[in-house]
Write a new protein. Structure first.
Length: 545
């Protein structure tokens, strides 16, 4: 792993461009082509784990009933419509009958499951548009229900290899990070299920990658302009302007996409905005800019705001294009029908959307455990240690399941994280936090920020019905924390051979154990047909059932 930057760096007036680059941590010791080879290799492994038998089970699981139906409605109408109401149940009930008429119709191959009434939905549309894009070839095929999730999950592994390699300065550790994400159960389950959370996780990771790219690109530009100013005697005490920063603009678009998938992306937008400004302040200080703090505030902070917040807002609004274009989408004409209640300075369409959001916010804030209990709800205190994973799907012998070679058979999809990744990652987060406090290693802080932004806000909702699978939003960064800790175990490249040997044994043992957990738990992540005894063997704790 590359060494961290010093807390303070002073440079002589004659400092060269290369000296500045060294101080700003810019050189990367390994070729990019090798990182791409590793990334594609880890992506291929992830693809196999996510695409094989993707259409199993061939029924809607857990909340797919909302998001797959929502994607189909967007695909057909451009906005979301109500589903057909459930008729009175037949007597006697036929075999395989469920309590959802629209689910039964859809799973039988019918796409005519909607009324003409618009539906009130409480999540933004982008994630469902992404599901719809995968459904386009054949909406009735469960493989295509889940295609976009599998693509996004696989791409996340490829991207994490490149992010970890750039962040930690090691292609080896980049490969380790990609492997650990590829074999994590939460990520596998969500990559094989059309819920919104894997899309949220993807856009957050994309935004982080762009901000990381901006960090290094901005430091390259800063090194060049500070060195030139020192030579010419024209360097301002506030440092130079850095001008156009396309990576940060792309991060703003990605963060807008995250918010357009789930509103929890707003926390990440705020956290990443603070993070990028702190990186800029540190860069000016490290480059020897005399008034680095004021220079960063005057020359970096407001361009950062403009690149992130307004860009994210525009991206968010673009995701509602289908709603804007439809005349009969939900609440579309509210402002015209209620002119005295609408925000007067907004166009009617935006005023109607604002009122819609007020209603959706009210829904989210009133889902409580008293009125809306659920068997698999989980307090965020238990998420990291996998105290209560979510069962997405289960069929057993009592539902007529046979063919496993035993009297009792089971098929399950359980959103359970790889124990090595999650338990090891929990310990690693403590290590990373201590490293950041004691050494001020910027990489440790960079890992902690998205974990905190995706995780800590849920502690404010102790009375709300929430689930541990929400944690998939930050699993790439939990993996980065574990990879960072394994890098410390491995030791620096210049360590003695004996130190590196024992470090390799220790770090390698963790990776091998994670792969072992993949082989053991994969059947309960993918609805594989196994004996009920084999299923029970994998439910280590009573709270996992």
């Amino acid at each position: 792993m590359a060494t961290s930057l010093p807390l303070r760096a002073t440079l002589p007036p004659s400092a060269s461009h290369e000296q500045l680059r060294q101080r700003l941590g810019l050189p990367h010791p390994e070729p990019l082509w090798w990182a791409w080879v590793v990334a594609v290799g880890m992506g291929a492994l992830a693809g196999v784990l996510r695409f094989v038998h993707l259409g199993r089970p061939d029924t809607l699981v857990f909340d797919e009933t909302y998001y797959v139906h929502g994607g189909l409605s967007l695909l057909r109408f451009g906005y979301e419509r109500d589903e057909l109401p459930d008729p009175a149940p037949p007597d006697p009930l036929p075999e395989g009958y469920s309590d959802s008429y629209s689910d039964d119709l859809f799973e039988s191959g019918s796409l005519d499951i909607f009324t003409t009434t618009p539906d009130f939905v409480v999540h933004p549309p982008l994630g469902k548009w992404m599901i719809a894009a995968g459904m386009w070839p054949d909406p009735a095929d469960p493989f295509f229900w889940r295609l976009s999730a599998a693509v996004v999950g696989t791409l996340s592994v490829v991207l994490l290899v490149l992010v970890a390699r750039r962040l930690l300065g090691s292609t080896l550790l980049g490969g380790v990070a990609g492997l650990l994400l590829a074999v994590d159960g939460h990520h596998i389950v969500h990559s094989r299920t059309s819920l919104l959370d894997v899309f949220l996780s993807f856009w957050i990771l994309v935004a982080f990658a762009f901000l990381l790219g901006d960090r290094f690109a901005a430091r390259e530009k800063l090194a060049d302009r500070v060195a030139r100013g020192l030579r010419d005697g024209t360097l301002s005490p506030y440092g130079p302007w850095l001008g156009w920063r396309p990576f940060r603009l792309l991060a703003g678009i990605s963060l807008g996409a995250a918010c357009a998938t789930k509103w929890s992306g707003l926390y990440v937008l705020a956290a990443f905005g603070v993070l990028t400004v702190l990186w800029d302040l540190d860069a000016r200080r490290t480059a020897g800019v005399r008034r680095w703090f004021l220079g960063g505030l005057l020359r970096d902070s407001w361009p950062a705001f403009l690149s992130l917040v307004p860009v994210a807002l525009v991206t968010y609004l673009v995701s509602w294009t289908g709603w804007f274009l439809a005349d009969d989408s939900y609440n579309r004409n509210w402002a015209a029908e209620n002119p005295d209640e609408a925000v007067s300075w907004l166009p009617q369409s935006l005023a109607s959307l604002w009122n819609y959001h007020q209603g959706a916010y009210g829904f989210h804030t009133t889902i409580n455990v008293v009125d809306n209990p659920h068997n698999y709800m989980a307090n965020p205190w238990s998420w990291l240690v996998q105290g209560r994973p979510t069962s997405f799907f289960y069929e057993g012998t009592s539902e007529g399941l046979t063919g496993c070679g035993a009297d009792a058979c089971s098929a399950a999809v359980t959103s359970l994280g790889n124990p090595v990744v999650w338990w090891g990652g929990t310990v690693a987060l403590i290590v990373v936090a201590l490293t950041w406090v004691l050494r001020r290693d910027w990489r440790a802080g960079a890992i902690l920020v998205p974990v905190a932004a995706c995780y800590l806000p849920w502690f404010a909702f102790q009375d709300r019905t929430i689930f541990s699978f929400y944690a998939v939003a930050f699993v790439p960064f939990l993996v980065l924390a574990l990879t960072y800790a394994l890098g410390l175990v491995l030791g620096p490249p210049g360590a003695s051979p004996n130190r590196r040997l024992w470090g390799s044994v220790g770090a390698g043992s963790v990776v091998v154990a994670a792969v072992g957990c993949l082989l053991f738990f994969y059947p309960v992540w993918t609805a594989d047909l196994i004996t009920t005894d084999a299923w029970r063997m994998r439910m280590w704790w009573p709270s996992w059932v």
